[in-house]
Design a protein around this ligand. Structure first.
Ligand SMILES: Nc1ncnc2c1ncn2[C@@H]1O[C@H](COP(=O)(O)OP(=O)(O)OP(=O)(O)O)[C@@H](O)[C@H]1O
Ligand SMILES: [Mg+2]
Length: 276
């Protein structure tokens, strides 16, 4: 029998309970014994394994579909471009063409994201200065933040070890996390990126926003592919990021409170550090 209970220190733990009869020397039942075991860690590992299996079959399926869609879509795109070149189009026809082209671009992005998720490009690991990688990522989306009334703070620790990473892929992760933060701060706010030594000898990066926060019931779903709460979202940003980080031996954790904001933490283990 499995049950969720609150431990003395307030944590929710999963326990497995076995009840067996106690018998005397004649075989008569004289009582019962109850053994309770904390199986939280075991359950969590089981959940992660199941998720991994689910993701890999889903990944294969979506890659197949995405791949098949790619060629007809580029055909449609070219046809649209040829039509748009016509000079004698009425205003209404131009508007139709424009919105069709925007739709095609959106589909193209979803297909690219799906292929990227299912068949990520092999990583090209090199020794990198992580503060430089963060600075580059910030430079790419700085304007977006200004327009959205968000102040950006980069608090970097100097003298960090080098990291043996694919800078391009880690940049993609940082941009995904920063975009999510921006989208969660609709009325503006503050985004703080911090790089620091981890007490275990690795490197820790935190991305903290003062946005809407994530409701408890969504927290375990946000890394699932296609989970999104946004009308314009695909729901692949976090699952691609998690996959890239796992391939780097790194972890991604989230803490969030509705109304005050979220913190995403990337931990690069000591084995990833190197000389730069
Ligand atoms: N910083 C954040 N603050 C609040 N909610 C967040 C934050 N980051 C992620 N989420 C929640 O997690 C969901 C999944 O995020 P994810 O990046 O995977 O997809 P998306 O942003 O919805 O779409 P996509 O990234 O594909 O454009 C979001 O829709 C949102 O509900
Ligand atoms: Mg996103």
């Amino acid at each position: 029998m499995e049950r969720k209970i609150k431990s003395k220190d307030g944590r929710e733990i999963i326990t497995s309970m076995t009840i067996s009869p106690l018998r005397d020397s004649e075989g008569q039942i004289t009582g019962a014994s109850r053994i309770c075991r904390d199986i939280t860690t075991l359950k969590k590992a089981e959940e992660r394994l199941l998720l991994a299996a689910r993701l890999s079959s889903l990944g294969e399926l979506s890659a197949g579909v995405a791949h098949e869609l790619r060629n007809p879509l580029s055909g449609i795109k070219i046809n649209m471009q040829i039509l748009a070149r016509q000079k004698d189009l009425a205003e209404a026809e131009r508007r139709l063409l424009k919105s069709t082209q925007e739709g095609i671009d959106k589909i193209q992005k979803i297909i690219d994201d799906m292929l990227n998720f299912a068949r990520p490009k092999p990583a090209n690991f090199k020794p990198e200065n992580i503060n430089d990688v963060i600075s580059h990522s910030i430079a790419i989306i700085q304007d977006k933040f200004k327009r959205a009334n968000i102040s950006l703070i980069f608090s970097k620790e100097e003298n960090l070890p080098g990291l043996f990473i694919d800078a391009h892929q880690i940049q993609q992760v940082l941009i995904n996390l920063m975009l999510n933060a921006q989208q969660a701060m609709e009325k503006g706010g503050t985004l703080t990126i911090r790089s620091a030594h981890h007490e275990n000898g690795g490197v820790k990066i935190t991305i903290k926003d003062t946005g809407s926060g994530i409701p408890k019931e969504h927290l375990h779903k946000i890394f699932d592919p296609f989970f999104t709460t946004k009308s314009e979202g695909t729901g692949l940003g976090l699952s691609i990021s998690l996959k890239i980080l796992e391939n780097h031996g790194a972890t991604l954790e989230v803490q969030s409170e509705v109304g005050s904001g979220s913190v995403f933490t990337i931990n690069f283990p000591p084995e990833r550090t190197c000389e730069v």
